[in-house]
Write a protein that binds this ligand. Structure first.
Ligand SMILES: C[S@@+](CC[C@H](N)C(=O)[O-])C[C@H]1O[C@@H](n2cnc3c(N)ncnc32)[C@H](O)[C@@H]1O
Length: 292
Protein backbone atom coordinates (compact mmCIF):
# COMPACT_ATOMS: atom_id res chain seq x y z
CA UNK A 1 0.00 0.00 0.00
CA UNK A 2 2.34 2.74 1.30
CA UNK A 3 4.44 3.68 4.29
CA UNK A 4 3.40 7.32 3.89
CA UNK A 5 -0.15 6.80 5.12
CA UNK A 6 -1.14 8.36 8.46
CA UNK A 7 -2.47 6.23 11.33
CA UNK A 8 -5.85 4.82 10.43
CA UNK A 9 -9.00 5.84 12.29
CA UNK A 10 -9.89 2.14 12.48
CA UNK A 11 -8.82 -1.25 11.19
CA UNK A 12 -11.46 -3.95 10.93
CA UNK A 13 -10.65 -7.67 10.54
CA UNK A 14 -6.85 -7.17 10.90
CA UNK A 15 -4.82 -9.51 8.73
CA UNK A 16 -4.48 -10.22 5.02
CA UNK A 17 -8.06 -9.11 4.24
CA UNK A 18 -8.14 -6.12 6.54
CA UNK A 19 -10.32 -3.07 6.03
CA UNK A 20 -8.60 0.25 6.86
CA UNK A 21 -10.45 3.49 7.45
CA UNK A 22 -8.99 7.01 7.32
CA UNK A 23 -10.51 10.23 8.60
CA UNK A 24 -9.28 12.90 6.23
CA UNK A 25 -9.13 14.26 2.74
CA UNK A 26 -9.50 11.88 -0.20
CA UNK A 27 -6.91 13.66 -2.36
CA UNK A 28 -4.34 13.71 0.43
CA UNK A 29 -4.67 9.96 1.10
CA UNK A 30 -4.69 9.13 -2.62
CA UNK A 31 -1.44 11.07 -3.09
CA UNK A 32 0.22 8.93 -0.42
CA UNK A 33 -0.62 5.59 -2.10
CA UNK A 34 2.04 3.75 -4.05
CA UNK A 35 1.67 3.83 -7.85
CA UNK A 36 -0.15 0.77 -9.15
CA UNK A 37 -1.22 -0.39 -5.68
CA UNK A 38 -5.01 -0.32 -6.19
CA UNK A 39 -6.97 -2.98 -8.08
CA UNK A 40 -10.34 -1.23 -8.07
CA UNK A 41 -11.94 1.97 -6.84
CA UNK A 42 -15.70 2.09 -6.44
CA UNK A 43 -16.91 5.50 -5.41
CA UNK A 44 -19.54 8.16 -5.51
CA UNK A 45 -17.98 11.58 -5.02
CA UNK A 46 -20.07 14.59 -4.04
CA UNK A 47 -21.95 15.76 -7.17
CA UNK A 48 -21.82 19.47 -6.31
CA UNK A 49 -25.60 19.73 -6.48
CA UNK A 50 -26.11 21.45 -3.15
CA UNK A 51 -26.73 18.27 -1.12
CA UNK A 52 -26.71 18.95 2.61
CA UNK A 53 -23.87 16.83 3.97
CA UNK A 54 -22.88 17.24 7.62
CA UNK A 55 -19.42 18.70 6.84
CA UNK A 56 -18.82 18.99 3.11
CA UNK A 57 -19.98 22.12 1.26
CA UNK A 58 -21.60 20.72 -1.92
CA UNK A 59 -21.90 24.10 -3.62
CA UNK A 60 -18.55 25.01 -5.17
CA UNK A 61 -18.33 27.02 -8.41
CA UNK A 62 -18.63 24.47 -11.26
CA UNK A 63 -15.13 25.13 -12.67
CA UNK A 64 -13.54 24.67 -9.26
CA UNK A 65 -15.47 21.43 -8.68
CA UNK A 66 -14.42 20.01 -12.06
CA UNK A 67 -10.79 20.98 -11.51
CA UNK A 68 -10.87 19.16 -8.17
CA UNK A 69 -12.53 16.15 -9.88
CA UNK A 70 -9.69 16.03 -12.41
CA UNK A 71 -7.15 16.22 -9.58
CA UNK A 72 -8.48 13.28 -7.59
CA UNK A 73 -9.14 11.15 -10.70
CA UNK A 74 -5.53 11.78 -11.79
CA UNK A 75 -4.37 10.39 -8.43
CA UNK A 76 -6.66 7.36 -8.82
CA UNK A 77 -5.19 6.80 -12.29
CA UNK A 78 -1.67 6.89 -10.82
CA UNK A 79 -2.56 4.52 -7.99
CA UNK A 80 -4.45 1.98 -10.14
CA UNK A 81 -2.73 -1.12 -11.44
CA UNK A 82 -2.51 -1.30 -15.28
CA UNK A 83 -5.63 -3.52 -15.45
CA UNK A 84 -7.45 -1.80 -12.63
CA UNK A 85 -10.94 -0.27 -12.59
CA UNK A 86 -12.49 2.96 -11.42
CA UNK A 87 -16.26 2.61 -11.08
CA UNK A 88 -17.38 6.24 -10.81
CA UNK A 89 -21.01 6.72 -9.77
CA UNK A 90 -22.51 10.11 -10.62
CA UNK A 91 -26.07 11.34 -10.86
CA UNK A 92 -27.61 14.65 -11.73
CA UNK A 93 -30.79 16.53 -11.27
CA UNK A 94 -33.24 17.66 -13.92
CA UNK A 95 -32.35 21.33 -13.51
CA UNK A 96 -28.63 20.51 -13.80
CA UNK A 97 -28.52 17.67 -16.33
CA UNK A 98 -24.86 17.96 -17.38
CA UNK A 99 -23.23 17.09 -14.06
CA UNK A 100 -22.51 13.45 -14.80
CA UNK A 101 -21.20 14.21 -18.28
CA UNK A 102 -19.02 17.05 -16.99
CA UNK A 103 -17.54 14.73 -14.35
CA UNK A 104 -16.85 12.08 -16.98
CA UNK A 105 -15.15 14.71 -19.17
CA UNK A 106 -13.00 15.79 -16.21
CA UNK A 107 -11.86 12.15 -15.84
CA UNK A 108 -11.26 11.71 -19.58
CA UNK A 109 -7.65 13.04 -19.74
CA UNK A 110 -6.57 10.48 -17.16
CA UNK A 111 -8.38 7.21 -17.94
CA UNK A 112 -10.26 5.35 -20.69
CA UNK A 113 -14.03 5.11 -20.52
CA UNK A 114 -14.42 1.34 -20.95
CA UNK A 115 -18.09 0.78 -20.00
CA UNK A 116 -21.02 3.00 -19.13
CA UNK A 117 -23.41 1.32 -16.72
CA UNK A 118 -26.83 2.64 -15.80
CA UNK A 119 -27.92 2.22 -12.20
CA UNK A 120 -31.70 1.94 -12.48
CA UNK A 121 -33.37 2.72 -9.15
CA UNK A 122 -36.90 2.20 -10.30
CA UNK A 123 -38.48 0.68 -13.38
CA UNK A 124 -41.91 0.10 -14.85
CA UNK A 125 -42.44 -2.95 -17.08
CA UNK A 126 -45.71 -3.38 -18.95
CA UNK A 127 -46.99 -6.92 -18.70
CA UNK A 128 -47.58 -7.28 -22.42
CA UNK A 129 -43.99 -6.25 -23.17
CA UNK A 130 -42.41 -8.60 -20.62
CA UNK A 131 -43.32 -11.73 -22.63
CA UNK A 132 -45.04 -14.91 -21.53
CA UNK A 133 -41.91 -16.34 -19.89
CA UNK A 134 -41.95 -13.57 -17.28
CA UNK A 135 -45.29 -14.89 -15.92
CA UNK A 136 -46.38 -11.42 -14.83
CA UNK A 137 -49.97 -11.16 -13.60
CA UNK A 138 -49.98 -7.40 -13.96
CA UNK A 139 -47.85 -4.45 -15.02
CA UNK A 140 -44.83 -4.05 -12.75
CA UNK A 141 -43.50 -0.82 -11.18
CA UNK A 142 -40.74 -1.38 -8.62
CA UNK A 143 -38.07 0.57 -6.76
CA UNK A 144 -37.77 3.96 -5.10
CA UNK A 145 -36.87 7.43 -6.36
CA UNK A 146 -37.18 11.00 -5.17
CA UNK A 147 -40.43 12.18 -6.77
CA UNK A 148 -40.49 15.62 -8.37
CA UNK A 149 -43.57 17.65 -9.13
CA UNK A 150 -42.92 19.31 -12.47
CA UNK A 151 -44.73 20.32 -15.65
CA UNK A 152 -41.51 19.81 -17.66
CA UNK A 153 -39.41 17.03 -16.12
CA UNK A 154 -40.05 13.32 -15.63
CA UNK A 155 -38.85 11.68 -12.42
CA UNK A 156 -35.15 10.88 -12.40
CA UNK A 157 -34.88 7.12 -11.75
CA UNK A 158 -31.29 6.41 -12.73
CA UNK A 159 -27.64 7.36 -12.21
CA UNK A 160 -24.48 6.62 -14.16
CA UNK A 161 -21.62 4.33 -13.22
CA UNK A 162 -18.71 5.13 -15.50
CA UNK A 163 -16.22 2.27 -15.68
CA UNK A 164 -12.87 3.97 -16.29
CA UNK A 165 -9.70 1.95 -16.78
CA UNK A 166 -6.02 2.82 -17.35
CA UNK A 167 -5.75 1.41 -20.90
CA UNK A 168 -9.27 0.36 -21.90
CA UNK A 169 -8.30 -3.33 -21.80
CA UNK A 170 -9.19 -4.37 -18.26
CA UNK A 171 -10.78 -7.84 -18.45
CA UNK A 172 -14.24 -8.10 -16.91
CA UNK A 173 -16.00 -11.16 -15.50
CA UNK A 174 -19.33 -10.68 -17.24
CA UNK A 175 -20.84 -13.95 -16.05
CA UNK A 176 -20.00 -13.23 -12.40
CA UNK A 177 -22.85 -10.72 -12.55
CA UNK A 178 -24.69 -12.60 -15.27
CA UNK A 179 -28.36 -13.49 -15.38
CA UNK A 180 -30.22 -16.68 -16.22
CA UNK A 181 -31.61 -17.17 -19.70
CA UNK A 182 -35.39 -16.69 -19.83
CA UNK A 183 -35.57 -18.98 -22.84
CA UNK A 184 -33.75 -22.17 -21.84
CA UNK A 185 -33.31 -23.29 -25.46
CA UNK A 186 -30.50 -20.71 -25.55
CA UNK A 187 -28.55 -22.75 -22.99
CA UNK A 188 -27.99 -25.43 -25.63
CA UNK A 189 -27.79 -23.06 -28.59
CA UNK A 190 -24.92 -20.90 -27.30
CA UNK A 191 -21.70 -22.59 -26.22
CA UNK A 192 -21.00 -19.76 -23.77
CA UNK A 193 -24.41 -20.36 -22.23
CA UNK A 194 -23.45 -23.78 -20.88
CA UNK A 195 -23.97 -22.57 -17.31
CA UNK A 196 -27.31 -20.87 -18.01
CA UNK A 197 -25.74 -17.46 -17.56
CA UNK A 198 -25.63 -14.56 -19.97
CA UNK A 199 -24.17 -11.08 -19.69
CA UNK A 200 -26.45 -8.78 -17.68
CA UNK A 201 -25.69 -5.82 -19.93
CA UNK A 202 -25.29 -2.26 -18.76
CA UNK A 203 -28.69 -1.59 -17.17
CA UNK A 204 -28.54 -2.62 -13.52
CA UNK A 205 -31.78 -2.50 -11.56
CA UNK A 206 -30.73 -2.04 -7.93
CA UNK A 207 -33.46 -0.53 -5.74
CA UNK A 208 -32.89 1.05 -2.36
CA UNK A 209 -34.15 -0.98 0.59
CA UNK A 210 -37.43 0.25 1.98
CA UNK A 211 -36.68 1.98 5.29
CA UNK A 212 -38.88 3.30 8.10
CA UNK A 213 -36.50 5.86 9.63
CA UNK A 214 -33.81 7.65 7.61
CA UNK A 215 -32.09 9.04 10.74
CA UNK A 216 -31.73 5.59 12.25
CA UNK A 217 -31.31 3.35 9.22
CA UNK A 218 -29.58 5.59 6.65
CA UNK A 219 -28.23 8.76 8.33
CA UNK A 220 -26.67 10.21 5.16
CA UNK A 221 -28.25 12.15 2.26
CA UNK A 222 -26.61 10.35 -0.69
CA UNK A 223 -25.74 6.66 -0.41
CA UNK A 224 -25.80 3.80 -2.88
CA UNK A 225 -27.07 0.30 -1.98
CA UNK A 226 -24.32 -2.19 -1.09
CA UNK A 227 -25.35 -4.35 -4.04
CA UNK A 228 -24.05 -1.68 -6.41
CA UNK A 229 -20.36 -1.79 -5.34
CA UNK A 230 -20.67 -5.55 -4.92
CA UNK A 231 -21.71 -5.96 -8.57
CA UNK A 232 -18.92 -3.60 -9.70
CA UNK A 233 -16.32 -5.64 -7.80
CA UNK A 234 -17.68 -8.93 -9.13
CA UNK A 235 -17.62 -7.51 -12.66
CA UNK A 236 -13.98 -6.51 -12.20
CA UNK A 237 -13.26 -10.08 -11.03
CA UNK A 238 -13.00 -10.91 -7.34
CA UNK A 239 -9.86 -13.03 -7.70
CA UNK A 240 -8.02 -10.05 -9.25
CA UNK A 241 -8.77 -7.77 -6.29
CA UNK A 242 -5.62 -7.16 -4.25
CA UNK A 243 -6.82 -3.85 -2.79
CA UNK A 244 -10.13 -2.00 -3.18
CA UNK A 245 -10.66 1.67 -2.29
CA UNK A 246 -13.49 4.14 -1.79
CA UNK A 247 -12.05 7.66 -1.27
CA UNK A 248 -15.54 9.11 -0.55
CA UNK A 249 -16.77 6.50 1.88
CA UNK A 250 -20.00 7.93 3.29
CA UNK A 251 -21.70 5.16 5.26
CA UNK A 252 -19.27 2.59 3.91
CA UNK A 253 -21.28 0.61 1.39
CA UNK A 254 -18.19 -0.18 -0.71
CA UNK A 255 -16.47 -1.35 2.47
CA UNK A 256 -19.42 -3.63 3.23
CA UNK A 257 -19.17 -5.10 -0.28
CA UNK A 258 -15.40 -5.65 0.15
CA UNK A 259 -16.03 -7.27 3.55
CA UNK A 260 -18.62 -9.61 2.05
CA UNK A 261 -16.26 -10.59 -0.77
CA UNK A 262 -13.28 -11.02 1.59
CA UNK A 263 -11.00 -8.52 -0.13
CA UNK A 264 -8.66 -5.92 1.44
CA UNK A 265 -10.05 -2.41 1.51
CA UNK A 266 -9.11 1.18 2.26
CA UNK A 267 -11.69 3.93 2.75
CA UNK A 268 -11.53 7.70 3.35
CA UNK A 269 -14.20 10.02 4.71
CA UNK A 270 -13.84 13.63 5.88
CA UNK A 271 -16.82 13.54 8.25
CA UNK A 272 -16.22 11.76 11.54
CA UNK A 273 -19.87 10.88 12.19
CA UNK A 274 -20.28 9.20 8.78
CA UNK A 275 -16.96 7.42 9.19
CA UNK A 276 -17.88 6.15 12.66
CA UNK A 277 -21.19 4.83 11.32
CA UNK A 278 -19.37 3.14 8.41
CA UNK A 279 -16.89 1.45 10.73
CA UNK A 280 -19.70 0.31 13.05
CA UNK A 281 -21.54 -1.22 10.11
CA UNK A 282 -18.50 -3.05 8.80
CA UNK A 283 -17.65 -4.34 12.28
CA UNK A 284 -21.24 -5.55 12.69
CA UNK A 285 -21.16 -7.22 9.26
CA UNK A 286 -17.85 -8.95 9.97
CA UNK A 287 -19.24 -10.18 13.30
CA UNK A 288 -22.32 -11.55 11.53
CA UNK A 289 -24.65 -9.01 13.21
CA UNK A 290 -25.58 -7.17 10.00
CA UNK A 291 -26.71 -9.16 6.99
CA UNK A 292 -25.22 -7.97 3.70
C1 LIG B 1 -22.00 10.73 -2.26
S1 LIG B 1 -21.34 10.51 -0.67
C2 LIG B 1 -20.77 8.85 -0.69
C3 LIG B 1 -21.78 7.87 -0.15
C4 LIG B 1 -21.35 6.43 -0.17
N1 LIG B 1 -21.21 5.94 -1.53
C5 LIG B 1 -22.36 5.56 0.59
O1 LIG B 1 -23.00 4.68 -0.04
O2 LIG B 1 -22.54 5.79 1.78
C6 LIG B 1 -19.86 11.44 -0.72
C7 LIG B 1 -19.10 11.49 0.61
O3 LIG B 1 -17.84 12.11 0.39
C8 LIG B 1 -17.49 12.82 1.56
N2 LIG B 1 -16.46 13.79 1.14
C9 LIG B 1 -16.62 14.93 0.45
N3 LIG B 1 -15.43 15.51 0.18
C10 LIG B 1 -14.48 14.70 0.69
C11 LIG B 1 -13.06 14.72 0.71
N4 LIG B 1 -12.38 15.72 0.14
N5 LIG B 1 -12.40 13.71 1.31
C12 LIG B 1 -13.08 12.69 1.90
N6 LIG B 1 -14.42 12.61 1.91
C13 LIG B 1 -15.12 13.59 1.32
C14 LIG B 1 -18.78 13.42 2.04
O4 LIG B 1 -18.75 13.72 3.43
C15 LIG B 1 -19.79 12.29 1.70
O5 LIG B 1 -20.03 11.46 2.81
Amino acid sequence: MSSRLPSPFAVVRPGPHELRFYLGDALDILQRLDAGSLSAVVTSPPYNLGIRYRTFDDDAPRAEYLEWTGAWVAEVARALSPQGSLFLNVGGKPTDPWTAFDVAQAARPHLHLQNTLHWVKSIAIDRDLAGANAHLDDDLAVGHYKPINSPRFVNDCHEFIFHFTPRGDTPVDRLAVGVKYQDKSNVERWASAGKDRRCRGNTWFIPYDTIQSRDRERPHPATFPVRLPEQCLRLHGVDRLQLVMDPFLGLGNTALAAAALGVPFIGVEMDEAYLREAVDRVEAACAGRLPI
